[in-house]
Design a protein around this ligand. Structure first.
Ligand SMILES: *[C@@H]1O[C@H](CO)[C@@H](O)[C@H](O)[C@H]1NC(C)=O
Ligand SMILES: *[C@@H]1O[C@H](CO)[C@@H](O)[C@H](O)[C@H]1NC(C)=O
Length: 805
């Protein structure tokens, strides 16, 4: 029987399976009979597997006219399992040779179903199941796929294409897998739901990591709305009546730069606190400083908040309140609690006292009559004073130990055009005057900010009480900071000006737009920001911890693609020049959910230079002269028989033997490869691959004891490596198209953002397309490559932590 095994392997069965079949007394004679009936000895893989399928069926229960069916398979008339099944049924009822037309009709011979028809039918089925899918998510996947397969219009469609359409539409509907799809988290959520009376529907879905971030420490024991003390008791009742007792928070960035990784914590704390308590969070642009504020930053901030998965209840600007703030400044003055001061900055410094300057003292204007201050403030507003000639100062408490109580400036003269109010105002309120009052106007219940504002808490409360308005609670938490970088706007500007980075979204930086451009998934950033909880202490976290979260997320969502950054040509000498086999590969090993793709296997292919060595060692298992190695997904291994060199003596190509004859030991390693098959668009040329290394050489570039020449001297000018000539397998196009077919993907690609096209190049790292990529949407959808297209990739992160760090 053993001599049948090679013939069975020629069907495309793997060695193990072929041996089993050859040893099976029922199947072996039937299968060899069928092969003989076709008159062929070699088969393309799908036909071979169908013959095997037919043999196993016939071995179970006789199939009349099975030789006829075998020939219909080998000639390509029957091409799918579905068709084969129909053919067997037909033959059990009647003789196919007697009415070939009826046979073809019953088996769908020659029926083609276009991709559009596939997509439309899949969509129709999924639409009917939408409620179930939204409720049960990925747990309902089997059910949904079953229903899709039963759709009559899809009966003869290629099952691979049906599955790709299905996967793409599921992804568009449900998004990538997340905590809701993790059984452990679900159990936890169910247990929590059983013990609380909160109505989960009212607050939307709350990620477990967000709950746990807010479930320990002081932030888990905050006051309930209405419990915070007010200067007048009626303010409590008015507040509760206006808000209905719900939690209201706000995220108040100044629109003068991009958000950075530290803000990811602020966003999670503020939006998260509201979400966990069934409340709402406003996005308020703190735009009281007309210089440096730009629409570009306004747009980028909202975009970034949404990218992290949060939706503001309202988008508001402090400048919306300019008139109201001005009126309250007049009110404060009238109450005798503010005065116009003409001291210079130096004089004010002197008045604040200190070890070198002596006692603190009041300025001569502090006790001027109220009427005079009112008149002077009007003059400030009317543009009668130049910048620096007059300020409105709050009359606080000079005897207090807190510098925030030493008559802070409330208004200053600035002849600057504001990005929203233009030149309507020439006086602008300060942060200290604006922030607490805007919180009050919006009935914020919890004003959560970073610890640098600790001393401001007293002035915040003072001003609300002085004006007898509703007073929110301010609470401070520690900042989040990461090593190996700088985050301040000033430092980022210097890096840009000196040309050390390409802009504030250079993928080596830690602004959120930079991380996004680099390809970092938002869920990794959230996981990182939530991991540490909300404590009072500032924390500087090693950047490798962020990288680990990035790897964890990408491992779940990134399809695996074969690629070579530095390709070496390989010629499989014993294969015919026109050899073409389709090899199916799962996008993620052992995980059907991410789908699969098919790559051509041909005589000429490329491997990555890192998978070849001229001199092998005992612990080296990949390709070397005389060594045998497996090709990922390919049935049989290859052995390197010769190395061809160019004129300069460098390796030009490897001559290898495809071990398709006789017994062959299972190779100890498999390497990736990319076929040279222009007809199938392989390889996909990657015009430029950018490899990012840390921008700074030290964990803390600001530490003078390790970086004596200042942080700029710590920049690694070689931190960006650019690779040209890299290639990937054709699955890369499929991944791009799959993304382009979703609504979100379409919108992103049309805008020229490609960062959600994330892949793993096997054993190399995770990559995405940079925004410098040029690829029209139509080309992405059709998998064509126009002349002008340019694929530029970013390495998001390596597969493993760098041992050097
Ligand atoms: C805030 O509450 C006050 C009453 O305290 C109410 O008049 C006002 O409309 C509320 N503002 C908002 C934005 O809800
Ligand atoms: C962030 O950490 C770095 C050290 O890596 C330090 O130099 C810097 O001052 C910190 N920034 C903030 C805002 O805490």
């Amino acid at each position: 029987m053993d001599d049948l095994a090679p013939a069975f392997e020629a069907l495309g069965l793997n060695a193990q399976k072929a041996k089993e079949a050859a040893g099976n007394k029922k199947i072996a004679p039937v299968l060899s009979g069928l092969i003989a009936a076709t008159g062929q000895t070699s088969f393309d893989k799908s036909a071979g597997l169908l013959l095997y399928e037919l043999a196993t069926e016939a071995a179970k229960k006789a199939v009349p006219h099975s030789d006829y069916v075998a020939r219909a398979v080998s000639s390509g008339r029957l091409a799918s399992k579905e068709q084969l099944k129909a053919a067997v049924d037909f033959c059990r009822a009647q003789d196919p040779a007697a009415d070939e037309g009826a046979f073809d009709a019953a088996c769908g011979v020659g029926v083609t179903v276009s991709d559009e028809e596939v997509a439309a039918s899949v969509q129709a089925v999924l639409a009917g199941l939408q409620d179930t899918l939204l409720a049960e998510r990925y747990r309902a996947l089997g059910k949904a796929l079953g229903a899709v397969k039963k759709h009559p219009a899809l009966r003869w469609a290629d099952s691979g294409r049906v599955k790709s359409a299905f996967d793409a539409q599921i992804l568009a509907l449900l998004g990538p897998k997340d905590e809701r799809d993790d059984p452990a988290q679900l159990k936890k959520a169910a247990a929590a739901a059983a013990t609380t009376t909160k109505a989960p529907a009212a607050q939307g879905w709350v990620p477990a990591s967000l709950e746990s971030m807010l479930s320990t420490g002081e932030i888990s024991r905050m006051h309930k709305p209405g419990e915070n003390p007010q200067i007048k008791p009626e303010l409590v009742a008015e507040h509760l009546e206006a808000t209905g007792g719900g939690v209201i928070t706000r995220f108040p960035p100044e629109p003068n730069g991009y958000l950075h990784i530290g803000h990811a914590k602020a966003i999670n704390v503020n939006f998260g606190y509201a979400k966990v308590h069934g409340g709402v969070c406003n996005l308020r642009y703190d735009d009281t400083n007309p210089e440096g504020e730009e629409q570009e930053y306004v747009d980028s901030i909202l975009d970034t908040v949404r990218w992290l998965g949060f939706e503001p209840h309202q988008v508001i600007y402090s400048s919306d309140y300019f008139q109201r703030l001005y009126d309250l400044a007049v009110d404060l003055t009238r109450r005798g609690l503010a005065y116009v001061c003409h001291c210079t900055g130096d004089e004010i410094q002197q008045q604040r006292g200190g070890p070198e300057r002596g006692e603190r003292f009041a300025c001569p204007h502090r006790d001027r009559p109220v009427a005079e201050s009112l008149a002077e403030f009007q003059k400030m507003k009317d543009g009668k004073y130049a910048e620096g000639e007059a300020t409105l100062r709050m009359k606080m408490d000079l005897t207090d130990g807190n510098p925030q109580m030493w008559d802070l400036v409330a208004y200053r003269v600035l002849f600057a055009s504001h990005h929203r109010t233009g030149t309507e105002w020439c006086i602008y309120p300060t942060y200290d005057f604006t922030h607490c009052l805007c919180d009050s106007f919006e009935n914020i219940t919890h004003s959560l900010c970073t610890r640098e504002f600790y001393q401001s808490r007293q002035s915040y409360y003072w001003l609300c009480d002085a004006l007898e308005v509703y007073k929110p609670v301010q609470w401070e938490y520690g900042r989040l900071n990461v090593t190996n970088t700088v985050l301040s706007k000033r430092n980022l500007k210097v890096l840009c000006q000196k040309g050390l980075v390409s802009g504030q979204d250079d993928p080596r930086l830690y602004t959120l737009p930079a991380l996004r451009r680099r390809g970092v998934p938002p869920q990794a950033i959230n996981a990182f920001a939530r991991e540490l909880g909300v404590t009072a202490a500032d924390s500087t976290i090693e950047v490798v911890r962020l990288e680990n979260h990035i790897r964890d997320s990408l491992n779940e969502i990134a399809p695996r693609i074969m690629a070579a950054l530095k390709p070496i040509k390989v010629v499989l000498e014993n294969l015919p020049a026109d050899h073409l086999e389709e090899i199916e590969l799962l996008y993620r090993p052992r995980d059907e959910a991410l789908g699969k793709h098919s790559v051509p296997f041909t005589r000429t292919l490329y491997i990555d230079a890192s998978d070849f060595r001229e001199v092998a060692s005992a612990d080296y298992y990949r390709l070397a002269p005389g060594k045998t190695v497996g090709l990922n997904g390919v049935a049989r291994p290859i052995t390197c028989t010769a190395v061809r060199r160019d004129a300069a003596g460098a390796v030009a190509e490897l001559v290898c033997r495809y071990e398709n004859e006789g017994a062959c030991a299972k190779p100890s390693a498999y390497i990736q490869w990319v076929a040279d098959c222009p007809a199938r668009g392989s390889p996909v040329r990657l015009d430029e691959v950018r490899i990012y290394n840390p921008l700074f050489k030290h964990a803390n570039p600001k530490d003078k004891s390790v970086v004596p020449d200042g942080w700029l001297s710590d920049v690694d000018v070689d931190s960006l490596e650019t690779v040209h000539g890299a290639i990937a397998d054709v699955g890369f196009w499929d991944v791009i198209r799959r993304h382009a077919e979703t609504d979100a993907g379409k919108a992103e690609l049309a805008k020229g953002s490609f960062e959600a096209v994330r892949v793993q190049f096997m054993r190399i790292g995770y990559f995405t397309l940079d925004k410098d990529t040029v690829l029209p949407l139509a080309a992405a959808l059709e998998r064509t490559r126009p002349e002008a297209a340019r694929l530029v990739l970013n390495r998001i992160v390596t597969l493993k932590e760098d041992a050097k760090k």
